[in-house]
Design a protein around this ligand. Sequence first.
Ligand SMILES: COc1cc(/C=C/C(=O)SCCNC(=O)CCNC(=O)[C@H](O)C(C)(C)COP(=O)(O)OP(=O)(O)OC[C@H]2O[C@@H](n3cnc4c(N)ncnc43)[C@H](O)[C@@H]2OP(=O)(O)O)ccc1O
Ligand SMILES: O=C(O)CCC(=O)C(=O)O
Ligand SMILES: [Fe+2]
Length: 356
Amino acid sequence: MPPRNPNSEKILDFVVNKGNGIKGLVDTGIETVPDLYILPIEERLLPNNILPYDSIPVIDVSNWDDPKVKESICDAAGQWGFFQIINHGVPLHVLDAVKEAAHRFFGLPYEERNKYWAGNSPTDTVTLKTSFVPQAEAVLEWKDYLSFRCSPRDLESFPLWPPVCRDEVVEYMESAKSVIRKLLEVLLEGLKVKQIDKAREYTLMASPIVNLMYYPHCPNPDLTAGVGPHSDISTLTILLQDDNGGLYVRATENDSWIHVLPINGALVINIGDILQIMSNDRYKSIEHRVVANGSKDRVSVPIFVNPGPDAVFGPLPEVLESGEEPLYKEVVFSDYFKYFFSKKHDGKKSMDFARI
Ligand SMILES: COc1cc(/C=C/C(=O)SCCNC(=O)CCNC(=O)[C@H](O)C(C)(C)COP(=O)(O)OP(=O)(O)OC[C@H]2O[C@@H](n3cnc4c(N)ncnc43)[C@H](O)[C@@H]2OP(=O)(O)O)ccc1O
Ligand SMILES: O=C(O)CCC(=O)C(=O)O
Ligand SMILES: [Fe+2]
C-alpha cells in the first residue's frame, strides 16, 4: 500500500486505533471529506452509471406454499441474485425496534461505545468495528458496525452484550428465523433437494451474524464508499434497510447499478457466494455497494446466514447428478471467511478461492 500523508495517519489513528470510528470523526463537525476516505474517480459511483428505471423484483410471500411464489423466488435468485420480500411475517414493530436500537447504540457517548471496540469487548460474540479491513485498505469505508455472532452457543454471552440494543437484536433474529428457513427450503427445493436434514442445516445456517450498520451523514457522499462493491460470502443475507436508500446492486450491463428502493416493512434478500457455489452457478451472488447520505445518518441491519465454521461446502450432489461438471471445489467455511477478511472489498474476487 502507498504511504499515507501525515494528516491521513492522524485520522487513521483517531478513527481506528483510538476507536472513535467514523461516527466519532463526524461528531467533531468535519465539513469536508478527509483524503483517507476519498475514492479514486474510477472507483466512485457516477450518476451516469445508475439505471434510473430498473428495480429488483418484489415478491409477496404471504403464501410460501404457492408454487408461483416458489417459482418467483427461484427465478429471482437465478436472474437477479437480489429481491425484496413483503408480507413475510416479521412484525413491523420488531423491524422498527432494531433500527431504533442501532441509532441508540451509535448515539451513545464515545466511552460507552468504546467498551465494545474490537480488542476491548467483554466477549468475542460482539465487536464494534469501522470500515472493513482498515489494515488492508488505501481508502476507508464510511461506516461503523456492531457485529453480533448469533448461534445458540453465542447467545450464552447475551448478558455481556450492550443493554441498549441486545433485546432488539435477539428479537429480530428470532423472528427472522422462520423466514430464513422458508427461503432456504424453497431455494433448495429448486435445486432438487427434498429436505434440509441436520447436516445440511449446519452447512446452510448454523452461524448467523447480525450487524448493526451505521453510516453517519457524509459531507460529500459522491466521493466515498459506504461499502465498496462486494458480494456476500453467506448462503444468503436478509437485509433490513431504513428509508434513506443508498444500496445499489450491479446490473448486467457493464458497470451499471440499480438502486434498491426502500419499501417500508420489506426485507431485502440476496444470495451469497456459498449458495452460488452449492448451486453450481444456478443462483447468483451479485455485487452490491452502499453510498452514505449527505444529510441523514443511515442504518441497516443485515443477517448474514452462514455455515458452521468447519462446514465443508461445494456444488450439491443433487445438482451434479445429471453429469454436470462442478465449477467449484469443496471449501471449509472458516478458510473462505478468513480469505474474505484478509483484503479490501474487491467485487466477486473472493469466489476465486473456491473456483476450479
Ligand atoms: C459482507 O458479507 C458478509 C459479512 C459477514 C460478516 C460480517 C462481520 O461483520 S463479522 C465481524 C467482523 N469480522 C471479523 O471479525 C472477521 C474476522 N476477523 C479477522 O479475520 C481478522 O480480524 C482480520 C480482519 C483478518 C485482521 O486480522 P489481523 O491482520 O491479524 O489483525 P487483528 O489482530 O484481527 O486486528 C489488529 C487490530 O486491529 C483491530 N481491527 C481489525 N479490524 C478492525 C476494524 N474493521 N475496525 C477497527 N479495528 C479493527 C483489531 O481488533 C486489532 O486490535 P487490537 O487492539 O486487538 O490490537 C458474514 C457473511 C457475509 O456474507
Ligand atoms: O447497508 C446495506 O444496505 C448493505 C450492507 C452490506 O452490503 C454488507 O454489510 O455486506
Ligand atoms: Fe453485502
